[in-house]
Every structure is written in C-alpha cells, then in structure tokens.
Design a binder for this molecule. Structure first.
Ligand code: ISE
Length: 322
C-alpha cells in the first residue's frame, strides 16, 4: 500500500505541528501540499518538508491530483466551505475544531456526508485519543461508579493569543469540555448556562475570563466547567466524574507540569493522526469523532454564546440525525 498524500491547509501553529508529526512520526503518510493565507508561512514550512509543494488556494489544494486526504488547520470561519469542498471531492478530512462556527453549516455537512453514504469527516477532538479520557470512559461504561450524576471540568491555559475574545472562550476552549463530556457520558447536552465571575484584575478588554458554565445532559447529569484561559500558571485540564457509587479524577499530578496543549496532549495528537492515517490508508471506516460530534458541539457552543450574552439558561437545539 502506498503512502497517503496529505494536504495540510493552514500551517501556522497547529498546522505546522501536524506537518512535523506526519513527517517525523506517522508511518504510511507524507505531506504533499501545504497552503496558508500567508505565502511566507507556507514557503517556510515547505522548505523544511521534503517532497512538499505550496498551493496558494485552499480549494485548489483540496482537489489536487497529488492529494488523497486533507488536514484543515485554517481559521474556523473558513471550515464550512473547505469541508464541503472535501466532501464534494470525496477526500477524507481531519478538521481542527470547531467543525464550523455555527450549527446551520455544521448540520449541512452532516446532511451532505449522510447523502454520500461514506464517513469522510473527522473532527480534531484529540482528547478522545488520550489514555486518561479513554480509561475513564471505559470505567463509566462498566458501571464502576454507578449512575453518573455530576462531572467537574477544569480547563486552564497559561495565556491565549491577543485575538482571543469572550466568544472564543466558549467556541474554541469550552468546546473541548463539550466534546469530552459527550464522549465520557455518551449523551447529549441539552442546556447551557454560562456564568461569569469577577474578571481577573489583569483581564483584557473584550475577554470575559474566567467563565464558569453549567451543562445539563439529557439524563439530568450536571456538569460544571471552569475555563480560565489567562490563568498565567500552567495548562491544566482535569475532570472528575461523580456517580452514585463512586468517583474518579483525571488530569492531576502530571509532571513536568505542561504549559500548553501541544505538550499535554502530545500522545493524544499522535494517536489521533496514526489512527486516522491508518483508516485512510487501508480504506477502513474513519471512526474518530465525526461530523455529528462537530455539529452537536457547534449547537452547544451557539447556546453557550447566547447564554454568555444574556446570562440566561439556554436550551440546546439539536436537529434530528439524518
Ligand atoms: C485551543 O484552540 C485548543 O484547541 C486547546 O486544546 C485548548 O486547550 C485551548 O483552550 C484553545 O484555545
């Protein structure tokens, strides 16, 4: 079987990481095309990646003859068009979160993929490939804690780029807690209330941080999620599940203390890519988090953004699964 030729679109921080990982650590794949809104960035990455060429237009890259699969690490607002182009071209796509920035276009992707009858979309919810999350999910499913009643989530970053605003705390950071709890519990989130404590004294204008959110699931599990993206201390991602017969925590006591998500989730990112490339290479079903998970997360994020603006509890609108 030949190597999977991958186009990586958006090779700033996260995309460059995917290029390096594919080149150095993932067997059975190579980067054939890179693309970035900034020409210099694309040229710089191509210069250190053997066998790679630069294509200026992402839509040209998706349909190029030397591309079998696509990784999207472009800004969220361009995902809807680019994922659709991948579906139209029949290219498997690993799309960094968010799948799209609002639920309507995410649902269109779900619908189009269902129409094609083949799973082509995987969303970059890498925590599903992290050993601690996988083990906790298995323990919950085995009934070790009885019926799950509550989940406590913590998500702290040292800092975030200057363009990060209050909405992004929900759509880019909290969204991981949305997917992680859906993964752990296997049920949908039906309502969201975003509460805002006093802002940190060093707070930036336009960035309401921290945020403290309450999710309710379809069976009545309550989940609190603290997201504090400018904590200034460390990258701390933790969870505790509490059931009627026990509880368990993950993410504590990691040494060295990770300072950023690429450090904390290195193994998960590796596993995610190995697994995806293997599925594409062998023609096996792509079975990581898919378009439906991206849609459900977008629906919860939209409710969260609305709750952030109004302070009210907002019900999540989920359309029927095609
Ligand atoms: C970032 O975009 C990520 O995806 C990280 O995993 C997350 O921890 C961080 O808060 C986001 O800004």
């Amino acid at each position: 079987m030949t190597d999977v030729r991958v186009a990586v679109l958006g090779v700033g921080a996260m995309g460059a990481d995917h290029v390096a990982r594919l080149t150095e650590r993932v067997p059975g794949a190579r980067v054939s095309v890179v693309c970035d809104a900034l020409d210099d960035t694309a040229e710089r990455v191509a210069a250190v990646t053997p066998g790679t060429r630069v294509v200026a237009d992402p839509l040209d890259a998706i349909v190029a003859d030397d591309v079998d699969a696509v990784i999207l690490a472009t800004p969220g607002p361009s995902h809807a068009e680019q994922v659709m182009a991948c579906l139209d071209a029949g290219r498997p796509v690993l799309c960094e979160k968010p799948l799209t920035t609002e639920p309507a276009s995410a649902y269109e992707i779900v619908r189009r993929e269902a129409e094609l009858g083949k799973k082509l979309v995987q969303v970059g919810f890498m925590r599903r490939f992290d050993g601690e999350y996988i083990a906790l999910r298995a323990r919950i499913a085995a009934g070790e804690f009885g019926t799950p009643l509550m989940v406590h989530c913590i998500h702290r970053n040292v800092t975030v780029p200057s363009y990060f605003d209050s909405r992004m705390v929900v759509a880019d950071s909290l969204v991981h807690e949305v997917d992680a709890t859906r993964f752990l519990l296997g049920e949908e989130i039906v309502a969201v209330t975003v509460n805002v404590p006093a802002s940190s004294p060093d707070g930036r204008p336009g960035l309401q941080d921290p945020q403290f959110t309450l999710f309710e699931t379809s069976s009545g599990v309550l989940i609190d999620a603290e997201v504090f993206v400018t904590s200034g201390v460390a990258y701390e991602v933790r969870a505790e599940v509490v059931g009627d017969r026990g509880s368990a925590m993950i993410g504590y006591g990691r040494t060295p203390v990770p300072l950023d998500f690429r450090e904390r989730f290195t193994q998960a990112y590796d596993n995610q890519l190995w697994h995806w490339i293997e599925a594409v290479r062998t023609g096996r079903k792509v079975d990581g988090p898919g378009a439906w998970d991206g849609y459900a997360a977008a629906a919860v994020s939209a409710a969260g953004v609305q709750s952030l603006a109004t302070g009210e509890r907002v019900s999540v609108e989920i359309r029927p699964r095609p």
